[in-house]
Unconditional design. Structure first.
Length: 87
């Protein structure tokens, strides 16, 4: 994940993903490294995504060459829809 900041600066967070089939996408934010043994910061999604550290499954609502829509239901029942567009 990349967050664009003012003046075109950016911060990155790292995880992996895999397609599960049945229109499901799995995000894995359980990784660590020697510099980040607890995985915090570099391997944890930003709070504003509402995705927590760990394994998260999202439903793929739309998948086209330049447009993807994902749905996630948080533990508290809140429904989030993410719109990803290629510029």
């Amino acid at each position: 994940m990349r967050k664009i900041l003012p003046h075109n600066e950016h911060e990155e967070r790292w995880g992996t993903w895999k397609e599960l089939g049945d229109n499901m996408l799995q995000l894995d934010f359980t990784h660590t490294d020697d510099s980040h043994p607890d995985g915090k910061d570099l391997y944890t999604p930003w709070p504003e995504t509402h995705i927590t550290r760990g394994i998260t499954e999202l439903k793929v609502l739309k998948l086209e060459v330049d447009d993807m829509r994902l749905q996630y239901t948080a533990d508290d029942g809140t429904l989030y829809i993410y719109f990803l567009n290629k510029w």
